[in-house]
Design a protein around this ligand. Structure first.
Ligand SMILES: [Zn+2]
Length: 463
């Protein structure tokens, strides 16, 4: 009997991880995500895997976001040497994500060890190192969308476009005579550049994400109008506009939207800075895989002979080096600055906070969710003073949050995606907070009279 164990992203949104065991005993790990958020969550990244990494036959990753892939270097550090399957674009993006993550782990440990030394405490080792990330990256095996490959005896893998970020996949695994479909993170059909998530109709068991299982997003057109109005207001008031953004996905969406405003003559700002080395490198990967963009967006880019995503927004200036970044500090008005980290818990955005947040004519736009415990959340929650780089800074800038740019499907889109399956397969909800899952469970019951199961952490079922 084949088995499925729910290890991570069970009643929560990070640390995605599931183990599949075939009848013949082949073991395939689906996802190897990092726990993110509060300190207790992050501590989970150090707890031992509930399986022996050396005994795995294959690993499959749905997409490059760290909450789905961030523990791959640890898996390699603990002796896993088999293949890591992901789409071609994910394989490229994984290089960016994992090397950056390893660098941060090393820096964090170095910083912590400095104060530990002063207190006479023993030093800690980083969660993993660049060498571990490089080892994991050497095990990548790209698989094109729609192609099928046997990844372990009795286990066949097919990846379908999930439309969430570049390279994101819905994972289909044929395990013995059972077909398992894992939604991965399903894209919002309104997201620019990405194609809508592939609709599948055949499965015996489905694992579906439920990040926004309780609600629909505002329409992206409304959100775009809101963004245009903020930019106009900032222009009239004469200040800069700061946008904290994730490097992969969100930054490219923003460039696409701002480029659209530029083409329509609706972008009053003279300069847009992309102040994120990782986002700049991600742009190159996006441009390389432009043939995977949604047809209408591809046509819009082609009509203006745009090959590189940067060329879509002619006033975009990429600032990869620290010197380039610091030069932005001299600009007092008329600039839009896009920088990481997306939730402001580090990265270059905090330097821009130091120079702009206390200015009344500055505008700060949050294009995405800010998790509890982050600097971004403090500001969204209305703090009038925050601590930035060991200094107290007054929040005088006007703060805006945009609701419609989510890269995840909203409730109606999730229902619609699930509704495509014929014969009502066994349905398990994953990757969501419990209340969101319960809301989605109720909606599925009402709409389809379909009972979805909410697994417990560590639960094991027969496939
Ligand atoms: Zn994701």
């Amino acid at each position: 009997m084949a088995l499925l164990t729910f290890i991570g992203a069970v009643q929560q949104v990070t640390g995605s991880c599931y183990l599949i065991e075939s009848r013949q005993g082949a073991k395939v790990l689906l996802e190897c995500g990092m726990h993110q958020g509060r300190r207790e969550q992050q501590e989970l990244n150090r707890s031992s895997f509930p399986f022996a990494p050396r005994e795995l036959d294959a690993v499959v990753i749905s997409h490059a976001h760290l909450d789905h892939s961030g523990l791959l270097p640890r898996l390699a550090a603990e002796g896993y040497r088999g293949p890591i399957h992901a789409t071609e674009a994910s394989c490229e993006l994984l290089e960016l994500m994992l090397l950056d993550s390893a660098f941060l782990q090393e820096k964090d440990a170095e910083w912590e060890n400095r104060w530990r030394a002063r207190q006479g405490k023993p030093a800690i080792t980083p969660l993993y190192t660049t060498a571990h990330a490089e080892q994991a990256l050497s095990q990548r095996q790209p698989l094109a969308y729609g192609k099928t490959q046997e990844v372990a005896p009795g286990v066949r893998l097919t990846l379908h476009n999930a439309g969430h970020i570049l390279g994101s996949a819905i994972v289909e695994l044929q395990v013995d005579d059972r077909r398992l479909v894992f939604s991965g993170d399903l894209g919002n059909t309104c997201s620019p550049l990405m194609q809508p998530p592939a609709r599948l109709s055949e499965a015996d068991v489905v694992l579906m994400e439920s990040t926004y299982g309780d609600r629909d997003h505002r329409s992206s057109e409304d959100t775009l109008e809101q963004l245009a109005a903020i930019l106009q207001q900032a222009h009239e008031e004469g200040g800069n506009v700061l946008i904290p953004s994730f490097a992969v996905g969100r930054s490219q969406d923003l460039i696409y939207y701002l480029g659209r405003f530029y083409q329509e003559g609706r972008l009053p700002q003279q300069a847009v800075f992309l102040d994120s080395p990782m986002a700049i490198r991600a742009n190159a990967i996006y441009s390389h895989f432009h043939h995977q963009f949604a047809e209408q967006d591809r046509a819009a880019l082609a009509a203006r002979c745009v090959r590189r995503i940067e060329d879509w927004l002619p006033v975009l200036r990429c600032t990869p080096t620290a010197e380039d970044s610091m030069a932005i500090n001299r600009i007092r008005s008329g600039a839009i600055i896009i920088a990481g980290a997306g939730m402001c818990n580090g990265g270059r955005i905090v330097h821009h906070f130091k120079h702009n947040l206390w200015r009344e004519n500055c505008h700060l736009i949050f294009p995405g969710f800010q998790a509890r415990g982050t600097l971004g959340r403090q500001i969204v929650d209305g703090a009038d003073m925050v601590k930035v780089l060991h200094q107290r800074i007054a929040v005088k800038a006007t703060v805006h949050t945009l609701g419609g740019f989510s890269a995840h499907a909203g409730q109606s889109q999730l229902l619609e995606w699930a509704g495509n399956f014929a014969h009502r397969p066994e349905l398990h909800l994953v990757h969501g907070e419990l209340e969101k899952m319960q809301a989605l469970q109720e909606a599925l019951r009402k709409r389809f009279d379909w009972h979805a199961h909410i697994p417990e952490p560590g639960e094991r079922i027969a496939l």
